[in-house]
Design a protein around this ligand. Structure first.
Ligand code: SF4
Length: 331
């Protein structure tokens, strides 16, 4: 069985948050390569991880860089890639580049440091940035598998996905993934556990089940979904992060303000619904009497009209928090 078939059998999906089947992505690159045989193929490792409350790629880069690079090497060989890029955020570059360079040796893999912030984690923004253009997303389709870096077939996978490609190649993959558990817990950190474990079980297994009334944010500390303690009997989707909030101690309006502030600073400014939307949200949240109906209408419009996922991200946590928890502070 070749490696793509093995990845397919293992049902590996992208661990950057989108959960797209990895084998399908690789097959898409091969297909595009046979369509455009004169164009080179590129493989890019996305190591930008910039959302608060997501630290699993950092953990892998720190503890298993060889494995991540082994997965990347397998991808380059399988897809006939001319060159690979590792796209790191500046903090990770400073921490991990020297060690990675040593392991890479003479392989044709180059580093690229992302200075454009969180939005550069979106795969088309990442490609635009490597090409030297403004850090803005592209319209999809065409997808990067067909027209990626310099309009050539390109595979973009994240750190954890490459880690598990190497595990699959070694016959060691046990249907696990990396989770970050943080917030109001005693044992915050990154844990490797089965993918189908429910969120409640993950909290139990990591000895992080709170003894107080709580709610969680699942899948990221800004864009993640809000779940009450009665809704944890489901597996975790997205980027593998669970943040626990103490019901009594958490100022929920402040939480929304923090999310808005993060996205306000991170958006690229390309489209009005997101650029203006976050500006107006900030204004709205400063009002003495918060107009909740207007807040809901605004995040709904941003969800419906923004060009890329970043502008749509604020809707899910905000509406979840308003509906399930409510606002408990005025400032
Ligand atoms: S949604 Fe936001 S980040 Fe995305 S293109 Fe529009 S302004 Fe840029």
């Amino acid at each position: 069985m070749n490696i793509i078939d093995k990845i397919k059998t293992a049902k590996l999906t992208g661990r950057g948050g989108a959960d797209f089947p990895t084998a399908t992505k690789w097959q898409g690159v091969l297909k595009a390569h046979s369509k455009y045989p004169d164009k080179p193929v590129y493989v890019v490792c996305n190591a930008t991880e910039g959302e608060p409350g997501i630290e699993k790629d950092k953990f892998i880069l720190q503890n298993y860089p060889e494995k991540m690079l082994a997965g990347m090497k397998i991808a380059m060989e399988t897809l006939g890639a001319e060159k690979g890029y590792i796209y790191l955020n500046p903090v990770y570059y400073k921490k991990f580049a020297a060690k990675l360079k040593k392991i890479i040796g003479k392989l044709p893999i180059e580093f690229f440091v992302e200075y454009g912030g969180y939005i550069c984690g979106e795969e088309t923004v990442l490609l635009e940035t490597i090409e030297g253009n403004r850090s803005e997303p592209r319209l999809k389709p065409p997808f990067p598998t067909e027209r990626g870096l310099f309009s050539c077939p390109t595979l973009v996978n994240n750190v954890e996905t490459f880690y598990y490609v190497a595990e699959i190649a070694d016959g060691a993959y046990q249907q696990t993934r990396f989770y970050y558990v943080g917030g109001d817990v005693k044992n915050s950190g990154v844990y490797e556990l089965p993918i189908h474990l429910s969120i409640g079980k993950i909290l139990d297994e990591t000895k992080n089940s709170p003894p107080f009334e709580f709610f969680i944010q699942a899948g990221g500390g800004a864009s993640g979904e809000i779940l009450t303690s009665g809704e944890l009997d489901i597996p975790l989707k997205g980027a593998g992060s669970i943040i626990v909030y103490n019901f009594k101690k958490t100022k929920t309006l402040l939480l929304i303000k923090n999310w808005v502030e993060f996205f306000y600073k991170s958006n690229c400014g390309k489209c009005a619904p997101c650029r203006e939307g976050f500006f107006r949200l900030r204004q709205l949240l400063k009002c003495r009497q918060l107009n909740i109906a207007l807040l809901r209408a605004l995040v709904q419009t941003m969800k419906d009209a923004s060009f890329c996922p970043l502008g749509r991200s604020i809707w899910l946590p905000t509406v979840g928090l308003l509906e399930k928890i409510g606002l408990n502070n005025k400032k």
